[in-house]
Design a protein around this ligand. Sequence first.
Ligand SMILES: *Cc1c(COP(=O)(O)O)cnc(C)c1O
Length: 219
Amino acid sequence: MASITENLNAFKKAIPEYVDLVAVSKTKPVADLQEAYDAGQRIFGENKIQEMTDKWEALPKDIKWHMIGHVQTNKVKYMAPYVSLIHSADRLKLFKVINKEAEKNDRVIDVLLQVKIAEEDSKFGMDPEEAKNLLSGDQLKKYPNVRVVGLMGMASFVDDEEQIKREFSQLEKIYNTFKASQGFTTLSMGMSGDYRLALEYGSTMIRIGSAIFGARNYD
Ligand SMILES: *Cc1c(COP(=O)(O)O)cnc(C)c1O
């Protein structure tokens, strides 16, 4: 099996330069993240705030930490001092809490609005119609310490490529509709199994776990 360093180097060659690679290190030990760091990786994605905070404390401070998992409002305070991007902002209540905690830390926190594009209904994310309404209106102005820099979505876990394409295409359309007015820079779309398709639909940021670090025992 290829090493973490070899996997990362292969990815850097395979993806366009404008695409950001988030190394999804959830459940993996600090030593694995250190190896990726030593190979030049600086963006890491985690899905549990406690685990991310423990790793933030243990690892070099120039790492950008991305929260990619479902966020409970009562835990936002633990990552507010250092988190670089929250991919999973999916409800107004969460915007409100992120805004409050960002303000306490005297910073503006970048987030992505997570939109539910999967046709299967097991995923988190804001309903597409609700997301469009939110982006069209002026409700977000109430949260000056939260900056929405783009969108995030997860396709269904299916083999049907046409379905995955439909789902990515839907998110790309919403992204393009609001890109100029919102000043979007980031479309976070694509994981180990579907990042090639995501790149065809305008993804600018891919979240790769198992293809870098190997299979996880649990999530
Ligand atoms: C775990 C996870 C990933 C990475 O998944 P892989 O299939 O291992 O690449 C990407 N995005 C989210 C939101 C995840 O929870």
